[in-house]
Write a protein that binds this ligand. Structure first.
Ligand code: HEC
Length: 434
């Protein structure tokens, strides 16, 4: 073969292999539609829409940066820990596609007839709604940009009931940033009503939890924008006794909503059952010593403070389940969540098995208070007596990492466990059943 022919063949092969740059119409639009527009839509929680080519092109570099750093879509679970059935992370191929598209100058490609992204009819409903609990009255966030408010909702059932499914319908999707429903046991109802009565208007201010002396508070469910309606694992449910109350904690963020368009009346939808095969609990997990004795010091100026703790929960299972389970028996774990406040940077939940092996449940390499959610395992994890359930949290309390309130950066100061925006927490949250 002559040298010329060889060079020609080489050129032919190379041009056949060089992939054309990805285009908006063929590659990026479907990706935005599947992973972004549930929030990045007119009237959504995100500050701008990504439903047209012009909008996507204008944001091309921000998009490439946000997905490469995994800030977007907001799914805090890190790689290499375990598998989740509700995984929203982009794949390595998708990341490469977005990067190549942005590098090529964000080409549009051939527009189809429908050039606008069809926002999917977001199926945010339970298969069956048995009860709706709404805020008693519309509420307009008073603090900006973040307002944390608790609302007390009545529970009128006269017999034991089990919650088997949980969903939130935000009244105003532009401002509702996350919602946690706490179950207030009958003996704690009065202190909750006192908190409510002490503040004018609907509900009361709350941040880390429902307030009051509620160290071992139970959860009914949690929601953040983009979460789907959740049916709890087959055959399981959370018991609510007559005389209980539900406290709905709503985190409002007003960044995407102009003044005058911030009123909200959110509601919770529940699926209920009279009986279940396996009773379930949403179990908060942290060292009692941190909360009760304030033994979680985070000194001012320290850039990486670590606290770590583990225990065999089966030793205290009776306490954790309000005496419904006995100590010393195994249980099942289906989902995990993680909670710190504003100085938190990263953390991890894991099982240290009695045989010396470790099983990762949730690794959060970049904590972001704005994105609280649960991560449902693809496979339920059995927990056996003798194993340890561990939690590790990191904080950055340096001067640079202080939160900004009303435009002013706070000064670094010594921090410890507490409910306020200036306090910290280190909490795992597990959905477990007998
Ligand atoms: C669950 C809701 C939600 C989803 C899904 C989501 N975003 Fe966002 N996005 C937000 C919110 C809210 C903000 C405002 C900043 C914040 O609160 O973190 C934001 C901010 C951004 C920003 C600007 C700030 C930054 O961090 O760079 C970009 C760019 C962005 N999103 C791109 C995307 C892309 C691309 C996708 C899909 C791959 C996506 N987002 C998916 C809610 C979402």
């Amino acid at each position: 073969m002559s040298r010329k022919t060889f060079a020609f063949l080489l050129l032919l092969v190379a041009s056949a292999c060089a992939k054309p740059a990805p285009t908006y119409e063929t590659d990026i639009k479907p990706l935005l539609q599947a992973s972004c527009v549930s929030c990045h839509v007119e009237g959504g929680i995100a500050p701008f829409a990504l439903t047209t080519f012009e909008q996507a092109r204008a944001q091309k570099d921000a998009i490439a940066d946000a997905v490469a750093s995994r800030r977007m879509p907001p799914y805090l679970a890190g790689e290499g820990c375990t598998e989740y059935s509700d995984d929203q992370r982009l794949t390595a191929d998708q990341l490469a596609l977005v990067a190549a598209w942005a590098n090529a100058g964000a080409p549009q490609g051939t527009p189809s007839n429908a050039s606008e992204v069809a926002v999917p009819p977001f199926s945010n409903t339970l298969p069956r709604v048995d009860l709706e609990l709404a805020l008693p009255a519309p509420y307009t966030p008073l603090q900006s940009p973040d307002d944390y408010h608790c609302f007390v909702l009545d529970w009128s059932a006269q017999v034991d009931q089990y919650v088997t499914g949980f969903n939130v319908q935000p009244g105003n999707a532009r401002v509702v940033h996350h919602v946690i429903a706490f179950l207030i046991q009958p003996d704690k109802v009065q202190q909750t009503l006192d908190l409510d009565a002490a503040e004018a208007g609907p509900g009361y201010t709350c941040f880390g939890g429902p307030g009051g002396n509620n160290a071992s508070v139970s959860w009914l469910g949690s929601w953040a924008p983009g979460s789907q309606a959740t049916m709890y694992p087959e055959g399981t449910g959370l018991l609510i006794k007559p005389g209980s109350k539900v406290v709905l904690q709503v985190h409002y963020n007003t960044t995407a909503a102009p003044v005058g368009q911030r009123a909200d009346q959110t509601k919770v939808e529940l699926a209920l059952a009279d009986t279940v095969q396996k009773r379930a609990w949403i179990m908060p997990w942290s060292s009692p010593d941190w909360a009760r004795n304030h033994h979680m010091p985070i000194p001012a100026g320290e850039p990486d403070v670590v606290h770590s703790w583990s225990l065999d929960p089966t030793q205290v299972l009776s306490y954790l389940t309000s005496q419904q389970l006995v100590n010393g028996v195994g249980f099942r774990i289906y989902a995990a969540g993680f909670h710190q406040h504003l100085l938190g940077t990263r953390g991890r939940l894991e099982i240290n098995r009695a045989d010396g092996s470790k099983e990762c449940l949730l690794d959060v390499p970049r904590w972001d208070f704005h994105w609280q959610r649960n991560y449902r395992f693809s496979k339920m994890k059995p927990f056996k007596p003798g194993d340890l359930l561990g939690i590790t949290c990191h904080w950055d309390n340096s001067a640079e990492n202080q939160p900004v309130f009303d435009g002013v950066k706070r000064e670094a100061r010594d921090v410890n466990w507490g409910e306020g925006t200036a306090d910290e927490m280190c909490l795992g949250i597990f959905y477990i059943s007998e």
